[in-house]
Design a protein around this ligand. Structure first.
Ligand SMILES: [Zn+2]
Ligand SMILES: [Zn+2]
Length: 366
């Protein structure tokens, strides 16, 4: 260690520290903290190690190349695609199935197109909820909504609800997480004439190995994330190896976000969880502040899966309104407009009655 060094910083206030040769301790000129030189040195080494680990962490990539596989020629020959002439959504199905209208915008003009440019999924969660379940859930969702335009509730409209598989990238990893925290214990003593407040500052480190399985990131830009979040979770225990037979009679949304493009979101989700778990392990302090967190993936497998939803989009005043049901659990979400003429009619009706009553009372008084 050089006799004086400015590369060491006070762990309490971050001010540069000047060491005097021949002393074991140093007092920070700025905050007055008394520090043990050996401990400061150790902390500095640990920080450097952490910085190196963080660099390593940034380099560790997910193995996105092995997500999904290629179709064999028989399988791909039996598939076809439809593109929405309005929003550009691309839906895949088997040769005997039709995309009757766009699930995303409600547009009835779906243009047939040659199937290409989609990998074969690794896994699928098969549909558990039938069309009858979906129609019943949709009717219940509309029930009692007096201001809903009739175009929504008409039977032939409700029946158009379509089953669609949504593409997901699933991320598996074993990783090491390390985080450092600045924690404080504050001790206040009321000594009569004065109050003595003692603040002890601790550098706390937490680390551990964690295993993540099937962290999901959806592969569809068109799919509304809020809606998808609302019908989650899917139970990934029901995942089975994909076979083209699962597409018979069902649509599949073609992913427009690749595994590689989804990796950053998987990293974010994993890192957030690591931070929360490690922060929860810092206990017994009055304040805790995270200083650094490094996540090092030892491996990073990605697979491509399809999850089932029932979906219907109805247009009203040029706006799409969507109803969705989780095809596995039956959880539902939807958006609804209200008919402005009906809205005018109802409060108007009430006002009219009030006016008549008032008129009647006035008439009585006279
Ligand atoms: Zn200081
Ligand atoms: Zn569309």
């Amino acid at each position: 260690m050089p006799a004086t060094s400015v590369s060491y910083k006070c762990p309490n206030c971050s001010a540069p520290l000047s060491f005097q040769p021949g002393h074991d301790k140093v007092t920070c000129e700025y905050c007055g903290a008394e520090l043990d030189i050996a401990a400061v040195d150790q902390l500095f080494q640990a920080k450097q190690e952490m910085a190196a680990r963080e660099r390593e962490a940034q380099e560790a990539k997910w193995d996105t190349d092995n997500a999904g596989s290629d179709w064999d020629s028989n399988e791909s020959a039996a598939l076809k695609a439809f593109t929405c002439s309005s929003c550009g959504a691309e839906l895949i199905c088997d040769e005997n199935t039709m995309a009757t209208e766009c699930v995303y915008c409600g547009n009835p003009t779906m243009i047939p197109k040659r199937f290409d440019g989609m990998l074969k999924p690794d896994f699928v969660i098969p549909f558990k909820k039938t069309k009858a379940d979906a129609v019943a859930a949709l009717k219940k969702f509309y029930e009692g909504k007096t201001l809903l335009p009739a175009a929504f509730t008409a039977n032939n409209r409700v029946e158009v609800i379509q089953p669609m598989y949504v593409p997901f990238w699933l991320f598996d990893t074993n990783l090491e997480g390390h985080a450092t925290f600045r924690a404080q214990k504050i001790h206040v003593v009321d000594a009569g004439r004065e109050i003595i407040k003692t603040t002890s500052v601790f550098n706390v480190e937490r680390g551990g190995n964690m295993k993540f399985e099937r962290v999901p990131v959806d592969g569809s830009k068109k799919m509304n994330d809020d809606f998808m979040d609302s019908i989650e979770p899917f139970n990934y225990k029901d995942l089975v190896p994909f076979s083209a037979a699962y597409l018979t009679g069902y649509l599949a949304d073609k992913y427009d976000v690749t595994a590689e493009q989804s990796a950053a979101r998987a990293d974010q989700r994993v890192e957030q969880t690591v931070k929360e778990v490690l922060a929860a392990a810092v206990k017994g302090y009055d304040t805790v502040e995270e200083q650094s967190c490094a996540v090092i993936k030892n491996d990073g497998k990605v697979s491509y899966a399809l999850v089932p939803v029932w979906i219907l989009t109805t247009r009203y005043n040029n706006q799409p309104y969507t109803f969705m049901m989780n095809g596995q659990t039956g959880k539902v979400v939807g958006s609804l407009p209200y008919d402005s003429t009906k809205a005018l009619l109802y409060p108007g009706g009430i006002a009219l009655v009030v006016a008549l009553v008032a008129f009647f009372l006035i008439g009585m008084l006279i």
